[in-house]
Design a protein around this ligand. Structure first.
Ligand code: FAD
Length: 555
C-alpha cells in the first residue's frame, strides 16, 4: 500500500480550484493534467492506494473473493432486472469495477482500440435505428485524434498501425506485443478465410517507456494488478505526476456522498465520508466527476435538492439512461497439440474485417475478433468454467481440466451496444449500502440488433476455429441478454442539445456551469468494444478545455 505521499494537503474549508471524484482511467488523467497546469486539486477516491508490491497471482483473492472490486461482501450490494416490469434482485448480475487509485485501469486487460471516424457520425451515415437513442457524437474523430495520441505516449500503448486503422498523427511509442499462441491460430484461421489478423494495440508496454519496464509476460493481466508496472494504468502513469506537481492532494478511503450547489446553482461543496466513516466536505471552485458510468449517475441522482428535484444536472432526465455494455461472443476450440494460451498478455492480434456490418443483414452492429485463453488464463478460472461437457468431479474431471487449460484457445468477438433509455442505472428503492445510500439498480436488456450482432460474431468465431484446425469447438453469445458488465458507458451522454444530453461537447454539465462529468458516462455510442482508449482520450481533451476555461475565467 502506498503512503499518500501528497506533497500538498488542503484544509477542507479552503476553496480549492478543483475537486475530482474518482481516480480511475479518467480521474487519474484529470488529476495529472489539472495539477501540473498549476491548479489546486483534491482527488477523493473511495478505495486504497495500492502499489505493484500489493499485486500477487492470488487467484482465490481475485477470482473468488473479488478483492479488487466493489461487492456485497464489502457493503456495496447491487440489484439487477431486465425490464422495469421485473423485480430487481441481488446476486443475479452486476456492474464490475475496481475501487482503488487507478480504478479499473489497474485490473483491466488493456486492449486499446481507437474508435474510427465512422463511430462519431454513424447514425447519419448509416441511418438511425428506430426505438433507440442512436445519434451522432457532437465531436469528430479529427478533434479527438491528438488526444488518442496523447494516450498512446503518456499512458503507454504498444501496437502497429493496421490496414484499416484511422489516421494517426504519430506512431505508437512501443512496438506491438510478440504474437501469442492463440493468435497464431487466429492468424491461421484468418488467412484461410481471406481475413486479416494484425497486431492488437494494448495498454501494456512491450519495451521500457516513460521510466517503466516492459511486460514480463506472466499472463496475469485480466482482473489482476501488474506487479511489474508494465500495464499502463493511471495509477502508474498519471497519479505519480499529479502528486509530484505539489498541487494535488489524493485522499483515499473517501467515499463521496453528494455534490451540493449554492443559491446561484453552482457546485460549491463535495460531501464525503472519510476513511474513518466521518462525514467531511470539501469546498471547490469546480467539481469533476470521474466515478465511472455507474457511480457518476448514482452520485448525481443522490445529489437531488429543492433546486434539482430529479437529481443534479438532470433537467433532461437522461442521467443514468442509455447504459451500454458492449455485446460479446466467443468460440472455444480444442486442439490436438498444447496451445498454452495462458502465457503472455490477453490478446496480441485482432481481426477488424467486420468493423461495420452490412445493413443488408437487417440489423445494426459491428466489432472485432481477437484470440485468447478461454478463461482468464488462470488454472482457477478454468476450473470454475466447464468448457466442454464432461464429468464435473473425479479423475476424469481432473484429466479434462488439465487438457482444457493447455490445449484450448478462444476467439472472442467484441461488439456494439445500442443506447436505449430503458437500459439504465437508478437508485434501488429498498436496498441500501453500508453508508445507508440506496444501492445501485441496473435495468438492462440488450436490443435485438445487439443480440443478432453477437450471434453473427459467434458464427464467425466458430468458422475461424474450423479454419484454424480445432478438433472440437463450442460457441456462446448472450442470447437472452447480458446481466452485467465491466464496460459502463453512456449514462451522462454528451450532446449539443440540453434536452437530450447531460454534458456538452466539452464534458461540461448543461445545467451546472462548474460541474464536469468525465468518464465512461459521457460516451454517446458504445464503440466496438474496448472503450477505455476513448474514455482516456476524452479525459485529456476535457482537461485541455477545462484548463482553457479556468484560465480565461469562464468556469
Ligand atoms: C477485469 C476488467 C477488464 C477490462 N478490460 C478492458 C480492456 O481490455 N479494454 C478496455 O477498453 N476496457 C477494459 N475494461 C474496462 C475499463 O477498465 C473501464 O472502461 C475504465 O476503467 C472506466 O474508466 P472510468 O474512468 O470511467 O472509471 P473507473 O476506472 O471505474 O474509475 C472510477 C473510480 O472512481 C471511484 N469512485 C466511484 N465512486 C466513488 C465515490 N462515490 N467516491 C469516491 N470515489 C469513487 C472508484 O473507486 C474508481 O477508482 C476492463 C474492466 C475490468 C473490470
Amino acid at each position: 500500500m502506498a503512503e499518500n505521499a501528497a506533497a500538498k494537503t488542503y484544509n477542507t474549508r479552503d476553496e480549492v480550484d478543483f475537486v475530482i471524484v474518482g481516480s480511475g482511467s479518467a480521474g487519474g488523467i484529470m488529476a495529472k493534467e489539472l495539477s501540473t497546469a498549476g491548479f489546486s486539486v483534491v482527488v477523493l477516491e473511495q478505495g486504497p492506494h495500492l502499489t505493484a508490491a500489493d499485486f500477487r497471482h492470488d487467484e482465490w483473492a481475485i477470482e473468488h473473493s473479488n478483492e479488487l472490486t466493489w461487492n456485497t461482501r464489502q457493503g456495496h450490494p447491487q440489484t439487477f432486472r431486465r425490464t422495469e416490469n421485473d423485480v430487481a434482485q441481488t446476486g443475479v448480475g452486476g456492474l464490475g469495477y475496481a475501487h482503488n487509485v487507478g480504478g479499473s485501469s489497474v485490473h483491466y486487460s488493456g486492449n486499446f482500440w481507437r474508435m474510427r471516424p465512422l463511430d462519431f457520425n454513424e447514425a447519419s451515415v448509416r441511418g438511425g435505428v428506430p426505438g433507440t437513442n442512436f445519434v451522432d457524437w457532437p465531436i469528430s474523430y479529427e478533434e479527438l485524434e491528438p488526444y488518442y495520441t496523447k494516450v498512446d505516449w503518456e499512458i503507454g500503448v504498444s501496437g502497429q498501425q493496421g490496414p484499416w486503422d484511422p489516421p494517426r498523427s504519430r506512431e505508437y511509442p512501443c512496438p506491438p506485443m510478440p504474437v501469442k499462441s492463440s493468435d497464431v491460430l487466429l492468424e491461421r484461421g484468418a488467412k484461410a478465410l481471406g481475413l486479416t489478423a494484425y497486431p492488437a494495440p494494448v495498454a501494456i508496454l512491450s519495451q521500457p517507456h516513460n521510466g517503466r519496464p516492459g511486460c514480463i509476460h506472466c499472463g496475469f493481466c485480466n482482473g489482476y494488478g501488474c506487479e511489474a508496472n508494465a500495464k499502463s494504468s493511471t495509477m502508474v502513469a498519471m497519479i505519480p505526476l499529479a502528486l509530484a506537481s505539489g498541487n494535488c492532494e489524493l485522499r483515499t478511503g473517501c467515499t463521496v456522498a453528494r455534490v451540493n450547489t449554492n443559491e446561484a446553482g453552482r457546485a460549491n461543496e463535495v460531501v464525503y465520508w472519510d476513511a474513518n466513516g466521518v462525514e467531511q466536505s470539501q469546498h471547490a471552485k469546480a467539481v469533476v466527476l470521474c466515478a465511472n458510468g455507474a457511480e457518476t449517475p448514482r452520485l448525481l441522482l443522490l445529489s437531488e435538492s429543492a433546486q434539482h428535484p430529479n437529481g443534479l444536472s438532470n433537467s433532461s432526465g437522461m442521467v443514468g439512461k442509455n447504459l451500454m455494455f458492449n455485446c460479446h461472443a466467443s468460440a472455444v476450440g480444442l486442439f490436438e497439440q498444447p496451445v498454452n494460451a495462458w502465457k503472455s498478455v490477453p490478446a496480441t492480434r485482432v481481426i477488424h474485417d467486420y468493423y461495420a456490418l452490412d445493413p443488408a443483414l437487417g440489423f445494426y452492429g459491428g466489432g472485432g475478433i481477437d484470440g485468447r485463453h478461454p478463461t482468464r488464463g488462470t488454472p482457477m478460472g478454468s476450473a470454475m468454467n466447464a468448457l466442454f461437457s464432461g464429468p464435473t468431479w473425479g479423475a476424469d474431471y481432473k484429466r479434462n481440466l488439465a487438457r482444457n487449460f493447455s490445449y484450448t484457445a478462444a476467439f472472442s468477438g467484441h461488439c456494439t451496444s445500442l443506447p436505449l433509455e430503458t437500459n439504465n442505472v437508478s437508485l434501488d428503492p429498498e436496498l441500501k449500502d453500508k453508508f445507508g445510500r440506496p444501492a445501485l439498480r441496473t435495468t438492462y436488456l440488450d436490443h435485438p440488433d445487439d443480440i443478432a450482432t453477437a450471434k453473427f460474431f459467434m458464427e464467425r468465431c466458430l468458422e475461424l476455429m474450423d479454419a484454424a484446425g480445432a478438433i472440437q469447438k463450442v460457441g456462446t453469445y448472450p442470447e437472452n441478454g447480458q446481466r452485467g458488465s465491466v464496460h459502463l458507458l453512456g449514462t451522462c451522454r454528451m450532446g449539443n442539445d440540453p434536452a437530450t444530453s447531460v454534458v456538452d461537447r466539452f464534458n461540461r454539465s448543461h445545467d451546472v456551469p462548474n460541474l464536469f462529468m468525465v468518464d465512461g458516462s459521457s460516451m454517446v455510442t458504445s464503440s466496438r468494444g474496448q472503450p477505455t482508449m476513448t474514455i482516456m482520450a476524452l479525459a485529456f481533451r476535457a482537461a485541455d478545455n477545462i484548463i482553457g476555461f479556468a484560465r480565461r475565467g469562464e468556469i
